[in-house]
Write a protein that binds this ligand. Structure first.
Ligand code: ADP
Ligand code: MG
Length: 276
């Protein structure tokens, strides 16, 4: 699904990612570990086009998204992202937070199709009856889309037991509730993959469990996930592979049992000895 080839990123003359190579297949749960400042967030931000790589390629579903010409909005519909600090819109209700992106993008699709159809109709006026171009079928109205997106958002809220919070603002939620809303918000786009950047690091300890549970459920359903985390339990139990990023490079990549029982890289051995 994602092929990262020699990915490099510098800020000014500071080289942060020094040639990352990794393949992420459909259904993979990839845990990313590494010391603070090693480039883990920068790596995820490059995957999600929030940073422009300085070198290398990221082939996602066959398209190089490191190429400046790709449509970022089209790309992001297929790749969800969950942040350490939730990044919910505080001036929107919980329901609006979940609905906003899919409603906006699907309505925009209709506008685009209508515009295209106007052009096609115009061109068709000058074409012979055997050469007329077909119009793009538009089967839904914006009202129907909004209704559908709202139903899906409510179903997702129900799934995490927060349907009664649909009309409140995020500031009234606990950290664990905010993060679970952020996760279903990314699911509402039906993405191919969800990237998580330390999703439990900003939570009070008693709220970490509920967020990890939701992530485990997602993993069981076959969602492809890349998870930067310090939760060793999650990496061990849920991940299909674990990566160790240090100094802008992947220093080790292995299945969890191998990764934790027989670390080969000296820096990983040192890292694990400090946290386990
Ligand atoms: P991690 O997530 O592993 O803690 P980051 O990817 O956030 O590490 O950061 C790696 C390095 O890149 C850090 O030294 C950080 O200061 C630097 N960095 C990150 N973003 C920027 C930026 N926008 N401008 C300059 N330096 C940055
Ligand atoms: Mg980080």
């Amino acid at each position: 699904m994602i092929d990262v080839i020699n990915l490099q990123k510098s800020f000014g003359d500071k080289e942060i990612l020094k040639g990352i190579n990794v393949t992420i297949n459909k259904g993979d749960i990839v845990a990313v570990l590494g010391p603070s400042g090693s480039g883990k967030s920068t790596f995820l931000r490059c995957l999600n086009c929030m940073e422009d790589p300085t070198g290398g390629s990221i082939i996602f579903n066959g398209v190089d998204i490191a190429d400046m010409k790709v449509d970022i909005n089209q790309h992001r519909r297929h790749m969800g992202m969950v942040f350490q600090h939730f990044n919910l819109y505080n001036n929107k209700t919980v329901l609006q937070n979940v609905m906003m992106a899919p409603a906006y993008l699907r309505c925009k699709d209709i506008d685009k199709a209508k515009k295209k159809n106007r052009m096609i109709k115009f061109k068709n006026m000058f074409r012979g009856s055997d050469k007329k171009e077909e119009l793009i079928p538009i089967t839904e109205t914006k009202e129907q889309i909004k209704k559908e997106v709202k139903e899906q958002a409510m179903a997702l809220l129900k799934r995490i037991g927060l349907e009664d919070k649909a009309d409140v603002y995020p500031s009234t939620l606990s950290g664990g509730q905010k993060q679970r809303v952020a996760i279903i918000r990314s699911m509402a786009m039906n993405p191919d993959v969800i990237l998580f950047d330390e999703p439990t690091s900003a939570l009070d300890p008693e709220m970490v469990g509920e967020v990890l549970e939701l992530m485990k459920d997602l993993a069981k359903e076959g969602m492809t996930m890349v998870v930067v985390t310090h939760e060793m339990g999650f990496a061990r139990e849920v991940a299909s592979r674990v990566l160790f990023i240090d100094d802008g490079q992947i220093k080790e990549e292995a299945a969890p049992a191998e990764f934790f029982e027989h670390p080969k890289d000296p820096r990983l051995q040192e890292f694990l000895s400090k946290i386990l």
